[in-house]
Design a protein around this ligand. Structure first.
Ligand SMILES: [Zn+2]
Length: 382
């Protein structure tokens, strides 16, 4: 680990440059052309390191990217690969760079997507390069799987993520780390999304109020019920994040919609919360309720396999005097899918920083070398 650390300390500027190049290729989830440009750039970088690139073409979103690296020794080629998992879409619309350009200030690199998670991809590239080019090859096969729809729910990539992960021995997720000390994420909440649409009946609020059925009033009552589904002690939360409804003050509202975010800590709560949402019935029987959605990411529970993997990472970190921490977070990632399949999963292995999805998004440059060393160490030690 000390050798790796020295190696990456000497190449810190190169790491920063890779992140900057990626951040300057904007890649909003819903802009296929922009995402594919970055995808092609990434494919070329990985190919140059000896990876076999396979593009999973998508009609509307950016193409997902699979890169397989063989082990250098024939005897190790049959080993199941280590999966390096991530995404290269961001939440920022095209043109964001003009408002938040890449810049280095007080040892931090700022820019859209540098933390979530272009620094993570740069760590993958440089860790593989270190093993491949400088140290004579990979001790075991490595599979890189980068998706383009993580920020919008991973609908188009989930099945492939699960299929590819099942063939792997462990999943290392290079999503941003947690907190100023860069803790790994060993448990994440599961995520659900629901949409509740109320249909009432329009009427003139002055001339004939009795003829209407107010969808907003109905929705307001449903919101009270949904909010009561939350069980904070179980780690189950419900957030009504968006409401819409009505047309004018003098019209009884014919329609109203609520969009709700649900988080769960235990897999068993997925069915439980779903039953509750599906069980909602109108208070005003003349209104109609339409409930869509469900739990789309299972929680990442900290199983024994993940704990063992964490132990290995901690052992490696200790070699360079680094007390690696772990934490539980509320946000989901594609690591939720791999962990739910029982694959040892370590998440939050990416950059250290702050401001994911915000104007002050940045990574701490000084932290990059030891993060890269840890990835290289894990790839050679697992
Ligand atoms: Zn992310």
């Amino acid at each position: 680990m000390a050798t790796y650390l020295r190696y990456f300390e000497q190449r810190r500027a190169g790491l920063v440059e890779t992140i900057r190049q990626m951040a300057e290729m904007e890649s909003p989830s819903f802009n296929k052309a922009a995402v594919d440009l970055l995808g092609a750039w990434l494919a070329a970088r990985f190919e140059k390191l000896g990876g076999a690139v396979r593009v999973a073409a998508q009609p509307w979103l950016g193409n997902h990217l699979q890169v397989d690296f063989p082990a250098s020794r024939a005897a190790s080629r049959k080993l199941r690969p280590i999966l390096l998992l991530g995404h290269f879409d961001t939440v920022y619309e095209l043109g964001t760079l003009a408002k938040m350009p890449c810049k280095i200030e007080k040892g931090r690199l700022y820019g859209p997507g540098v933390f979530d998670m272009k620094s993570g991809i740069a760590l993958m590239l440089h860790a593989i390069e270190a093993l491949q080019v400088e140290l004579g090859g990979l001790p075991r096969p490595v599979r890189v799987w980068l998706v383009t729809d993580e920020e919008v729910g991973s609908d188009s990539s989930r099945v492939m993520t699960e299929k590819l992960a099942k063939q792997c021995a462990a999943a290392l997720v290079l999503e941003p780390s947690a907190g100023p000390r860069g803790a790994l994420k060993t448990s994440r909440k599961g995520v659900g999304a629901y949409r509740i649409r109320v249909t009432g009946r329009a009427a003139h609020a002055g001339l004939d109020p009795g003829a209407g059925e107010n969808a907003i009033v109905e929705l307001a009552q449903q919101i009270q019920r949904m909010v009561a589904f939350a069980e904070p002690k179980r780690g189950l939360s419900v957030n009504v994040g968006v409401i819409r409804g009505g047309t004018r003050t003098n019209v009884v509202a014919a329609e109203a919609v609520a969009e709700v975010d649900v988080r769960i800590q235990k897999l068993a709560d997925a069915a439980r919360i779903d039953r509750k949402f599906q069980g909602l019935r109108p208070v005003n029987r003349k209104c109609k309720l339409e409930i869509t959605g469900g739990v789309n990411r299972p929680p990442m529970e900290r199983g024994a396999a993940t704990a063992a993997l964490l132990g290995q990472a901690r052992g490696l970190a200790k070699e360079i005097g680094w007390a690696l921490e772990e934490t539980a977070v509320g946000g989901g990632s594609d690591g939720n899918f791999t962990a739910a399949l029982g694959i040892p999963t370590l998440d939050g292995l990416g950059g250290v920083g702050d401001g994911a999805h915000a104007a002050h998004e940045h990574v701490v440059i000084e932290e990059l070398p030891r993060r890269a060393a840890l990835i290289a160490g894990l790839l050679s030690g697992l």
